[in-house]
Design a protein around this ligand. Structure first.
Ligand SMILES: NC(=O)c1ccc[n+]([C@@H]2O[C@H](COP(=O)([O-])OP(=O)(O)OC[C@H]3O[C@@H](n4cnc5c(N)ncnc54)[C@H](OP(=O)(O)O)[C@@H]3O)[C@@H](O)[C@H]2O)c1
Length: 251
């Protein structure tokens, strides 16, 4: 049975990816910080706790993971920190975001790919964000962590070009995460509008380059991961954008 690792599987998109891979015949290990009883659909995959704010968690996870390797690794975990809307966060907060979103994942992915057995091909898909194309004072700290992750993902693709590994980036646009849906519902009730109307207005205002009227659904994200995994070695270095045209007409 093919084995997948989904890093950041304890809620939202990550849960969707892990549970759908499992439903489609994969044996899935999914990670998160929260205890298992707070993880939706945790009965559909093997849940392992992993806190990316601590570098010491990497060797622990590697030791527990064993030497068999994976056929697919999806890196999805992220923190938005408490700094959104604050253009000058404390250094500690900035460092914490970079640790979770960029630095520890880079080390973890590097070690996972280094440990991949020579006779087992692994597709690695790193989830990134269209925030890297249109940062502003509110989103810049988060966007900077994802931009740095994007650059380090290129380094992984280069470092493992001769290994049985491909490293691809999936850049996503605005998702129907629980917080966004809750906010849209509140606005729709306050103004007597439909949620579809609120969504359309949000998308037009949040980025004029978007050419979508709906959020990017989780199923399309899942199919994009499957697609990138299905490309095999040709996916190495690929950037696949499912982002509603966030960067405008040229990129
Ligand atoms: N939401 C959007 O609109 C949007 C748009 C574009 C791209 N994206 C990208 O899509 C991916 C998923 O986004 P999302 O909004 O669905 O994220 P989310 O709901 O906040 O879920 C993030 C996941 O990361 C885990 N995580 C957070 N802090 C962690 C830490 N210190 N150590 C280990 N794991 C940690 C969470 O685990 P716990 O909950 O257990 O802590 C959870 O499983 C991210 O890579 C994001 O950049 C999202």
């Amino acid at each position: 049975m093919k084995q997948a690792l989904v890093i950041g599987a304890s809620r939202s998109l990550g849960t969707h990816l892990a549970s759908n891979l499992a439903a489609n015949g994969w044996q899935v290990v999914g990670t998160g910080r929260r205890p298992v009883d707070e993880v939706p659909q945790a009965d559909t995959f093997d849940y392992v706790r992993l806190d990316l704010s601590k570098a010491s968690e990497v060797p622990r996870f590697m030791a527990e993971a064993g030497a068999g390797g994976y056929d697919l690794i999806v890196h999805n975990a992220v923190t938005y920190g408490s700094v959104q809307g604050n253009p000058l966060p404390e250094l500690d907060e900035l460092e914490a975001m970079f640790r979770v979103n960029t630095l520890v994942p880079y080390q973890l992915l590097h070690q996972l790919l280094s440990a991949q057995p020579a006779d087992r091909f692994c597709s690695c898909v790193v989830i990134n964000s269209d925030a890297i194309y249109h940062a502003n004072k509110n989103s810049a700290p988060y966007a900077a962590t994802k931009a740095a992750l994007r650059v380090l993902t290129t380094s992984l693709a280069d470092a493992f070009r001769s290994a049985p590994v491909s490293v691809a980036t999936l850049v996503l646009g605005p998702l129907p995460d629980p917080k966004k849906l809750e906010d849209f519902e509140k606005v729709s009730q306050r103004h007597g509008l439909s949620v579809d109307d609120v969504t359309r207005t949000y998308l037009r205002r949040s980025n004029p380059s978007y050419v979508i009227d709906r959020l990017i659904d989780f199923e399309s994200c899942y199919r994009s991961v499957e697609y990138l995994a299905g490309l095999g070695p040709a996916a190495n270095g690929t950037v696949c954008r499912l982002d509603g045209g966030s960067a405008g007409s040229l990129i």
